[in-house]
Design a protein. Structure first.
Length: 290
């Protein structure tokens, strides 16, 4: 159990689009390309303490309002390359049904692999740029399924989403430190509170270099706005699970509920803090009508 001592820090986050950026077409670029135009000098962003913000709030309500939530979760996984379908799937299924969407009818779509990042993993770098992995709605989500798999699977998903019993989709990221011998200080995640976002600041973006064979994928980028509120959970451990919305949209309408995020260099981290190792498991959840 953490004793909550509220803290915040000032950080210059990368990857914002200019506040006055406007275009009639999506921004198209290779993954990692900077926003167009000269590099602006925005004021530092205050990264607030998400532990203090969350407090004793109900996890389901907090996720619905803010787009992210931290859960205590001691996993039985011991090998993050081999124990996913045998162990982690059931754990994540239970988290969704019992803690995030209790009492809701849901259809959970899990992939057999996850993304491991950092120390002693195939992905040695960290995503230091404000981004949203999801797009603006069902069309973008189906497009990305096709980019990563095949058009038939994309059509299958879209046909399922269009059925009358489906109300909405949450594409959730289950993110956690792995194989850490000390609480995480190196390259934590900053998360933008979805309730602080102006949908006018969303920038449709198409990226190449993520899906196979150079197929473009659809995402959202973000214009800088001083009214956006950013948070991080200090000193996460192996026994904690961060859940945030990569994408969220509903047939009832309303703006996308994507949680923009970025790794950042915490100026308060100890010198010599253990290098981050982490994993993220991305799960599609169809919310069904009662």
């Amino acid at each position: 159990m953490h004793t909550i001592v509220e803290r915040s820090t000032q950080v210059r986050l990368n990857g914002f689009f200019p506040p006055d950026y406007a275009s009639d077409t999506p921004f198209v670029a290779p993954v990692g390309a900077p926003p167009p135009g000269p590099v602006p000098q925005y004021p530092p962003t205050e990264i607030g303490d998400a532990r203090a913000l969350q407090g004793e709030a109900d996890p389901a309500a907090f996720l619905a309002e803010h787009g992210f939530v931290l859960l205590p979760h001691a996993t039985q996984v011991r090998d993050w390359d081999r124990d996913i379908t045998d162990i982690y799937w059931a754990e994540i299924d239970a988290v969704i049904r019992e803690r995030l969407l209790p009492g809701r009818r849901v259809e959970i779509q899990q992939a057999p692999t996850l993304l491991r990042r950092g120390r002693d993993t195939p992905v040695a770098f960290y995503a230091e740029g404000v981004h949203s992995d999801g797009g603006a709605g069902a069309d973008d989500y189906a497009h990305n399924i096709g980019a990563f798999s095949n058009p038939e699977f994309a059509r299958y998903w879209r046909a399922r989403y269009d059925q009358d019993d489906v109300e909405a989709l949450w594409w959730l990221d289950f993110w956690r430190p792995t194989n850490m011998s000390e609480p995480l200080e190196h390259m934590p995640l900053a998360l933008c509170d979805v309730s602080s976002l102006d949908p006018a600041d969303h920038v449709p973006t198409e990226l190449t270099g993520i899906a196979p064979e150079g197929r473009p994928t659809r995402h959202l980028s973000l214009r800088f706005n001083a009214g956006q509120r950013w948070y991080s959970y200090p000193r996460m451990t192996n026994d904690e699970l961060l859940v945030f919305k990569l994408a969220g949209f509903s047939k009832a309408g309303g703006p996308p509920q994507n949680c923009f995020h970025s790794a950042f260099r915490d100026p308060g981290a100890r010198a010599g803090a253990q290098e981050r190792q982490s994993c993220e498991h991305r799960v599609g959840v169809l919310l069904l009508r009662d």
